[in-house]
Design a protein around this ligand. Structure first.
Ligand SMILES: N[C@@H](CC(=O)c1ccccc1NC=O)C(=O)O
Length: 309
């Protein structure tokens, strides 16, 4: 199975503009605004957008569980919250590709039980989809969440050693957690997952500005915590190499996402290219932060079609 990357990487000659750090000139109110994705939704009010997000998440998860074969609440670790759901395609084989999804919610909300967005369209294409639960704050710290995500991927590799590739997908805060896996030292864990691709949807890759927003500050008590958990900062300071040179990374952002979300995605994409990763960047036309996921519930959406071909 090959993955079709429908757009070649954009020009990276502009380099990285991180030193300008536009967020440093923003007031607290402006930062709060930039990092509140629901305020940038164009077709719904902020509250209605969040209600719709829960409602669609609930419906699609119920539908996914009622439609095909699934293994629910499979433990990938000893902790209560360390569970994942596996949704299988009709033709189960040793060599299925796996898409492992990490939900968003600013590391403080969201659940695997309302996040089976892309399950039905992908299982219909022969892809097994895994939706991972992790301990959101205040129960979990960012370091713990990153560790849990690492464990969940190792679990999939150990359970399905003949897999045809593990593709990580994350939305928003979940894209951050997926991107942190670019920094993982798998040799330390004794299992190297067969990572073939990353689909990063409207993510946050530099956590430093988040420290200065009211909603998210408690997550990051110190600059050190923000930097340790910032894939953008880490890759700029100590570039890593892909274990598999064929591993591809798709960085996407919605056209209606805030300027800070656009900046984060673009800078992350540029840093990946400079580090030798095979990355692509896509601004999704007329999409807001949440519609990206809603569209992935549709088989005929161009992004759904293009992930696995
Ligand atoms: N309070 C946030 C909620 C939010 O950011 C969010 C909600 C659901 C899924 C992803 C989200 N953002 C990043 O993880 C907002 O204003 O949009």
């Amino acid at each position: 199975m090959c993955v079709w990357w429908y757009k070649a990487g954009m020009d990276v000659s502009g380099g990285n503009h991180r030193h300008e750090a536009p967020w440093k000139r923003m007031s607290k109110e402006e930062l709060d605004n930039q990092y509140s994705p629901s305020r940038w939704v164009v077709r719904l009010g902020a509250e209605e957008a969040m209600r719709t997000y829960s409602q669609i998440g609930n419906e699609v998860t119920k539908r996914a569980r009622a439609t095909g074969r699934s293994l629910l609440n499979v433990p990938y670790g000893d902790g209560d919250g360390e569970k994942l759901d596996i949704y299988l395609p009709e033709a189960v084989s040793e060599a299925m590709p796996f898409l492992v999804f990490f939900h968003g919610g600013y590391w403080q909300s969201g659940s695997k039980d309302t996040s089976a967005f892309m399950v039905n369209p992908l299982t219909a294409q022969g892809v097994a989809v895994v939706i991972v639960a992790y301990d959101i704050a205040p129960k979990g710290t960012l370091d713990q969440m990153v560790d849990q995500v690492t464990q969940s991927i190792m679990f999939v590799q150990k359970q399905y050693p003949g897999n045809q590739g593990i593709y990580l997908c994350g939305h928003s805060a979940g894209a951050h957690l997926a991107a942190m896996m670019l920094l993982a030292d798998w040799t330390k864990h004794g299992v190297t997952p067969n990572l073939k691709g990353f689909f990063l949807l409207s993510g946050v890759y530099d956590l430093e500005p988040i420290m200065h927003t009211s909603e998210n500050a408690p997550l990051l008590p110190a600059l050190e915590d923000a930097q340790r958990n910032s894939p953008l900062w880490q890759l700029e300071t100590a570039p890593t190499q892909p274990a598999d040179p064929a591993c591809r990374i798709l960085v996407t952002v919605g056209q209606h996402d805030s300027p800070e979300f656009h900046r984060q995605s673009r800078e992350f994409y540029q840093t990946l290219c400079q580090g030798g990763w095979k990355a692509s960047f896509e601004e999704l036309h007329d999409m807001d932060h949440f519609e990206i996921l809603w569209n992935l519930t549709q088989e005929d959406y161009v992004l759904t079609q293009s992930l696995f071909q």
